[in-house]
Design a protein around this ligand. Sequence first.
Ligand SMILES: Nc1ncnc2c1ncn2[C@@H]1O[C@H](COP(=O)(O)OP(=O)(O)OP(=O)(O)O)[C@@H](O)[C@H]1O
Length: 264
Amino acid sequence: MSDDTPVLELKDVHVVHKARTGKLFRPDRVHAVAGVDMAVRRGETIGIVGESGCGKSTLAKVMVGLQAPTSGDVVFNGRSVLKRNARTRKEFGRAISIVFQDPSTALNGRMLVRDILRDPLDVHGIGSPRDREKRVSELLDLVGLPQSALDVLPSQVSGGQRQRVAIARALALEPDVIVADEPTSALDVSVRAQVLNLLTDLKARLNLGLVFISHDIQTVRYVSDRIAVMYFGKVVEEGTAEEVFDRPTNDYTRTLLGAAPTLL
Ligand SMILES: Nc1ncnc2c1ncn2[C@@H]1O[C@H](COP(=O)(O)OP(=O)(O)OP(=O)(O)O)[C@@H](O)[C@H]1O
């Protein structure tokens, strides 16, 4: 069951990027996120779906503090993190973590899995060296990897196992919320369901808030309690998975539903 008090809230968040190319007839600014309100609660998966370029990754980065909004607010446990002091910033950094699409680029390929998992504990000065070793080994158990994976490089395990390492790293600091940005899109189709099941299982076991981002509405339906549909930087529809699938109110949602094959 989800706790009704949001851990993380976005309030009228806008992000305007300077356009990457300055070609003639192209706007010099991109309104990637255009006034999004969203609440993330523990024990609940909120799925964010929309086609490429609608602003999902920019929103994910705002949620974890990697992108400052142009305007609006990000509220963590009732306090704005934009007007934050060093202590709130540190708490926020520990409490909200991210899993990226491609673990091959997200993980340092020259570090052993053991060091990848210990790094966040070292950076935040958590526990004694012995506590950290113990925690690293617990993290492997949590994501269903054998202890023998400690002494290998990310490149020496399969793509699915690499994503498990990335998930373990995201769990290292006992976060309240995990933001997973297209976490299965770079994986072989045969292991996607396993990684989705792992995330859903961890959400329930650890009472996490899970933000699950995908362009694929069927995958989003598979994992989400609530769904937000994004279109050109705005949330055009939000509701429980049943509401969005059985009684969509927005034309764009209907188009997405009509066009969606099952892609697990
Ligand atoms: N750092 C940036 N600088 C300039 N423009 C950006 C930047 N990041 C994203 N954009 C633009 O903002 C818009 C939203 O991009 P974003 O990556 O957030 O969308 P998305 O839905 O995650 O798409 P995708 O799945 O393709 O990554 C796009 O037009 C993109 O080109």
